[in-house]
Write a protein that binds this ligand. Structure first.
Ligand code: AMP
Ligand code: MG
Length: 329
């Protein structure tokens, strides 16, 4: 059994039952609401004033990215693209170019399970108002869901179909926590945890110990399905319990199957670990859509990435890096 598998032995996944990990005396912790979610920064620094200064910079970076990438902000770069790219090519920032290129790469990798053009139909859902598009609206918008409609060239983006809308909700939080972690590193921080909703990036460790990251039980808001020991890595969870309403017994939620324009229904949650949060964010959304069988088959082809899927019966499925050892030891 190689080292990586050992580190994630099944027994270690369930050994902790205590909730929360109290920050030690020298850990600085702060939370703010950004990108439509709760963002938390925890870091180790000898000097409390420096810790606060570094955390401020990390939050500022996340706020900056939100102003560029949120479709809820009318003046954001993404809104400008949505309003104009179907008419003519739009010049974009290097940063937008990077995130769009990564998005298209994950679309290719996942056979279109990850697709930022999901928003062509997705924008017609309002989970708070319990509103979903009718069949005609879905049929109309579905023609616009295809990442191949997004043409990136020479620092510009163009939509090849008039009804295309894009949304970076499945990848931008991961990108933002990576960037925030980079800001902390540049600030001289070696050990930190940055999380935004379901996406976390870990720099270093907890002063020689692993962070224990809990994965929620998708059908019990207070229950932890399991805990993973992690250091120097990223983890993302996508779940059908984050934004949803129940309509005539059907759970209508925020992760859209690009081939149907409706809420993906093969999983209750999908968790991915990997080297960076942009990757784990995009892949957790993708694996959620693909479901346990196809999702884990994909993960097995990728180096340094593992996944746990809770299927639509509540059963857990693990990639080989997490799998319980075959004969108990
Ligand atoms: P996450 O919580 O990371 O799984 O992201 C869910 C968010 O991703 C949703 O709120 C949407 O903004 C966006 N999204 C939904 N379905 C898809 C999809 N099939 N591909 C890419 N992004 C999606
Ligand atoms: Mg995601």
């Amino acid at each position: 059994m190689h080292a990586r598998r050992n580190r994630f032995r099944f027994t270690s996944l369930i050994l902790l039952s205590a909730l929360a990990f109290p920050a030690g005396a020298d850990w600085y912790q702060q939370q703010r609401d950004l990108m439509g979610t709760r963002v938390s920064v925890e870091l180790w620094h000898e000097d409390a004033a420096a810790a606060e200064r570094c955390a401020d910079r990390a939050f500022a970076e996340i706020g900056r990215i939100e102003a560029v990438m949120s479709t809820y902000i009318g003046a954001s770069e993404i809104s400008f693209i949505n309003n104009n790219a179907a008419v003519s090519p739009v010049e974009i920032s290097a940063e937008m170019n990077f995130v769009l290129r990564e998005s298209l790469r994950f679309s290719e990798l996942t056979g279109g399970a990850f697709d930022i053009t999901y928003a062509s139909v997705g924008h017609a859902y309002d989970y708070r108002a319990r509103r979903k598009p009718d069949d005609r609206t879905i049929a109309h918008g579905l023609a616009a869901i295809d990442y191949r409609h997004v043409e990136l060239a020479d620092g510009t983006v163009r939509f090849r179909h008039g009804a295309v809308r894009i949304d970076l909700g499945g990848i931008a939080k991961g990108y933002a926590v990576d960037r925030a972690a980079g800001v902390l590193r540049d600030c001289g921080v070696a050990d930190a945890l940055v999380s935004a909703g379901g996406d976390s990036r870990i720099l270093g460790d907890r002063r020689g110990r692993a962070w224990m990251i809990g994965i929620r039980n998708p059908r019990d808001p207070d229950g932890i399905a399991l805990r993973l020991p992690l250091a120097n890595s990223a983890i993302s969870t996508s779940g059908d319990y984050e934004r949803y309403f129940i309509d005539a017994g059907e759970r209508v939620h925020h992760i859209i199957n690009p081939s149907t324009g409706r809420s993906a229904n093969r999983s209750w949650s999908a968790t991915v670990t990997g080297p960076d949060a942009l990757t784990t964010d995009a892949l957790s959304t993708s694996i959620f859509v693909l479901g346990a069988a196809d999702g884990i088959a994909l993960i097995e082809r990728l180096d340094g990435i593992d996944a746990i899927v809770v299927d639509n019966h509540g059963k857990l499925h693990y990639s080989s890096g997490f799998e319980p050892p075959a004969n108990g030891g």
